[in-house]
Ligand binder design. Sequence first.
Ligand SMILES: *Cc1c(COP(=O)(O)O)cnc(C)c1O
Length: 431
Amino acid sequence: MNLKSIYGNFVCDEVFEYGERILKGLKGRFECIDEIAEYNQQKVLKAMQDAHVGEASLGGTSGYGYNDIGRDAVELTYAKAFGTEDALVRPQIICGTHALTVALSGNLRPGDELLYISGMPYDTLHEVIGIREARGSLADYGVSFDCAELTDDGHFDYEAIKNKIKPNTRLIGIQRSRGYSTRPTLSVEEIGDVIDYVKRLKPDVKVMVDNCYGEFTETIEPSQRGADMIVGSLIKNPGGGLAPVGGYIAGTKECVENASYRLSAPGLGKELGPTLGLNKNFLQGFFLAPTVTAGAEKGAIFAAAVYEKLGYSVNPSSDAPRYDIIQAVTFNDPDAVIAFCRGIQAAAPVDSYVVPEPWDMPGYDDPVIMAAGAFVSGSSIELSADGPMRAPYTVYFQGGLTFYHAKMGILMSLQRLCDAGIVDKSRLCSL
Ligand SMILES: *Cc1c(COP(=O)(O)O)cnc(C)c1O
């Protein structure tokens, strides 16, 4: 079989062969990822069987959505897989930011303080919390905010956390993934240890983990190490590429119930919410999520190895432990960020002919260039890349429903860098 001939439709021989040499060195690493995926596959299977998922669970409801047995099966499946008492998994939750907003506003009251202990939260939460002034923010409703930065090497600063916990600190927020920063992603173990610590300091404090991009990268989730709530988006890892919308909040009965009164209305809570025929997508996507996440993770490692060898700063490095599917590559050059994203776009199954440009996205401080040719608009478990147009010009790459597609995206990004004269193609042969 001649792989090179099919790749010849997309990239030059030098780029293809460089990629093959890189891949040879990643075999052992990929085996470890496959093992985690295998464990998680059986974990999800067990959860579905224990939740009694049946053919009748695959249907849906409309209108009020009373007695939606499929919805109950979806939520029970999430709760069982993530080791929580309950879960809210709904198509009415539009995205991760929305899920986090529902979780926060449902569990905080005027006078309470929200303390983030993993440094400043993800950009889109700044308006939600009111760090950046915004109408309807938590600050508008009398909820204050404080933040303990991570240490310089990216770990929890126990001393700073201790000093920031006040009598009115009601909820502690931890962001597992790096988001748009180059700090390391936090492991479940590290998160678990800090949860033990804050609960010793203040036993009644609740801990919420922003779990976006972290699901299924390890064999347990932060909810299994003491988090009261874990929150994420279904157009990232747990939707497996098949959920067309949605978000989840999994956690204690109390936290999930509090959130449910915000998602629907006080008094209504979880009892309402039509699933509009999406239960099957949610269940099937969750079933595939462990292997889809593994493919995306392999793509991220491949990207790290490809750009590391070319001398770029990558985060995490190709041999570092990984707890999410995001790969940051720092180019120190806006043109390289643009070329990279255009290569990812050109590798897409949908909209491959579109040329991405930087734009002022709602919720973000700087213009952002985004590459996404996805079946689900905005899905970042599908192959995608984005780079805020600010120094040091770092691009964040993630997703790929299959490893082979992620591989193609990376090779095409490199091809575009060669075409733009940023990387010297003839150099590839000697690496
Ligand atoms: C993606 C993400 C979010 C939410 O983003 P949405 O685009 O609203 O889904 C929040 N936190 C982190 C760490 C994320 O990666």
